[in-house]
Design a protein around this ligand. Structure first.
Ligand code: KIV
Ligand code: NA
Length: 261
């Protein structure tokens, strides 16, 4: 059963929320099979799948393409689509871009920062919104932790509160001190989803490539549950070796193994 925004709000203080990103159909299908209640099609796609140095290269068309693929793999899962850099500059622009993401298959959209007017406008037009504060990759100069000084901490608390007041149903807290994330989680009545924000949030999100060990860099606050890049190299080497030694394909017809799932 697909979860709606109210279901996530009801989970606050009751059941921790596990969120993963996905960008492709087969990965989305596996996440749905695993019972992950919410998939984020993040603009991290630009970095972890497309090889760009920042998320700023990602366009609305890229997001539509990936949201469509994820929806085809996970028909019963709540999908959040990221509004990429520059697509939420004013309420009208944000609304037409958000409509495109919804049309592509998203159930809600996420945007960075306490952009109160934009959030209010989307919510008024029935587009559920997820907020995002703390480290904001679209505009940050680097990926260092933010919120260490008391002024910065105060600013992030105020932003989180403003995001809730504007009508968002959930908020991502990225790379802030653990105590600050705990404080915000207690102050808000919508669920907080942490990434590099410690254990005291209502849920956790990981970039799927980081969790899979797929890529050549993983942030220190992430966890590798597997090392898929190594598996890919191993498979490629084995395949190349078998072609060179003419042992693949063999003349023995395989009886099984046509459906790995
Ligand atoms: O784009 C993304 O994957 C994100 C998460 C890191 C929260 O915004
Ligand atoms: Na993002």
């Amino acid at each position: 059963m697909k979860m709606n925004p109210q279901d996530f709000v009801a989970m606050k203080g009751t059941k921790p929320i596990p969120m993963l990103t996905a960008y492709t159909c087969p990965v989305a299908r596996s996440l749905e099979e695993a019972g992950i209640p919410v998939i984020l099609v993040g603009d991290t796609v630009g970095m972890v799948e497309m090889g760009f140095d920042s998320t700023r290269e990602v366009t609305i068309e890229h997001m539509e393409y990936h949201i469509g693929a994820v929806r085809r793999g996970a028909k019963q899962t709540h999908i959040i689509g990221d509004l990429p850099y520059g697509t939420d500059i004013d309420p009208e622009t944000a609304f037409s871009n958000a409509q495109r993401l919804i049309q592509a298959g998203a159930d809600s959209v996420k945007l960075e920062g306490a952009n109160v007017q934009v959030i209010q406008h989307l919510v008024k037009h029935n587009i559920p919104v997820v907020g995002h504060t703390g480290l904001l990759p679209q505009t940050a100069k680097n990926f260092k932790q933010v919120g260490q000084s008391s002024e910065e901490a105060k600013k992030i608390i105020n932003e989180a509160q403003a995001i809730e007041n504007a009508g968002a149903f959930m908020v991502v807290l990225e790379h802030i001190p653990y105590a600050l994330a705990g404080e915000i989680t207690e102050a808000l009545s919508i669920p907080t989803i942490g990434i590099g924000a410690g254990p005291d949030t209502d849920g956790q999100v990981l970039v799927i490539n980081d969790a899979l060990g797929l890529g050549d860099y993983w942030p220190p606050f992430s966890k590798q549950y597997a090392y898929v890049s190594k598996t890919v190299s191993k498979v490629a080497k084995e395949f190349a070796g078998e072609v060179e030694s003419m042992t693949f394909p063999s003349n023995i017809i395989p009886l099984t193994g046509t459906n790995g799932r």
